[in-house]
Design a protein around this ligand. Structure first.
Ligand SMILES: Cc1cc2nc3c(=O)[nH]c(=O)nc-3n(C[C@H](O)[C@H](O)[C@H](O)COP(=O)(O)O)c2cc1C
Length: 278
């Protein structure tokens, strides 16, 4: 008889589901302060979906959360929906301001993405940063907003941007400017006319490149665009990271403690900026 088991795996920060000893699902999470877990992804292997395993795994995790006296920020859409439908879970929800991180490269091993991954874990309690997927967005088409219909993906992306408390952009430099997916994402959420979802959002830009100039040109161009769409842009500190290939260990962590401290200080500055301008 097949047996389903659940466990919290401390070393890799996840709840895992096992069928006959084999891991078939997981809740990937990060810790936000000492008492708050951020549920980032709920995953079940494809052949085991549709059997209620994700729901059971979440129920196990919530029982553990309750016993340990913790709180949860449900970031992944599955967990969010489960919390919305379950009053008991909601009693354990930690309030948090939400920052979206927009990354300009989809390259496997992208330096920008590695920096964004680390940024996700750099917010103090009460704030959560989350990478927002822009890879699947179609190119903006003005006809959506004049003749319709607006694609579901676009409606969902605009709603997501609207829901954010602050926005963070991490861009590499392509031909001395920021990358096309970022421009597309900004255009999409700036419309329809009169419903600009970026307006008044505290914003920060980071440039990163393996080159020597730190994606300075890209970051400055992006700042110009973000001003046009009426974000409230943090001017200082500026972040232009050069020589990115020497920055990260194999496991994605920063090689140099000084770099980590600098990026953490920038995140702290952004939170102060947010509190002043929200
Ligand atoms: C089309 C293209 C143009 C580039 N132009 C620049 C540039 O103007 N300045 C720069 O520093 N690097 C430039 N690069 C190098 C990128 O910074 C490098 O590929 C970087 O790793 C891309 O970011 P990622 O690591 O996040 O994918 C360019 C790369 C490509 C593919």
């Amino acid at each position: 008889m097949e047996t389903l088991q659940f466990k919290y795996v401390d070393e890799s920060r996840r709840y895992a589901a096992y069928q006959d000893g084999r891991e078939i699902g997981r809740i990937l999470l990060s810790l936000n302060g000492e008492k708050t877990m951020v549920f980032r992804h709920v995953q079940v292997e494809e052949q085991f979906r549709g059997q209620g395993i994700a729901g059971q795994m979440l129920a196990f995790a919530m029982e553990d959360v309750k016993q340990k006296g913790l709180k949860v920020v449900p970031v992944c859409p599955y967990a969010r929906k489960a919390f919305d439908n379950n009053e008991e879970y909601r009693a354990f929800e930690a309030p948090a301001k939400r920052f979206g991180i927009f990354v300009g490269s989809f390259r496997v091993g992208s330096y920008s993405r590695r920096l964004a991954d680390l940024l996700e874990d750099m917010t103090p309690e009460g704030y959560v940063a989350e990478i927002i997927r822009i890879k699947d967005l179609p190119f903006y088409d003005q006809a959506w907003d004049t003749d319709g219909p607006v694609p579901d993906k676009i409606i969902a992306f605009r709603a997501k941007v609207k829901s954010l408390d602050g926005v963070i952009f991490v861009t590499p430099e392509y031909n001395r400017t920021f990358t096309a997916p970022i421009k597309n994402a900004v255009d999409i959420a700036s419309r329809p006319m009169g419903k600009n979802n970026w307006s008044r959002k505290p914003a920060m830009v980071m440039g990163i490149t393996p080159g020597a100039l730190g994606a300075l040109a890209a970051a400055l161009e992006l700042k110009k665009l973000l001003t046009v769409v009426n974000t409230v842009l943090m001017g200082q500190p500026e972040v232009y990271i050069a020589e990115a290939k020497d920055l990260f260990n194999e496991d994605g962590s920063f090689i140099n403690e000084g770099t980590r401290e600098f990026i953490q200080s920038v995140m702290n500055a952004f939170i102060r900026f947010y509190e002043k301008h929200k």
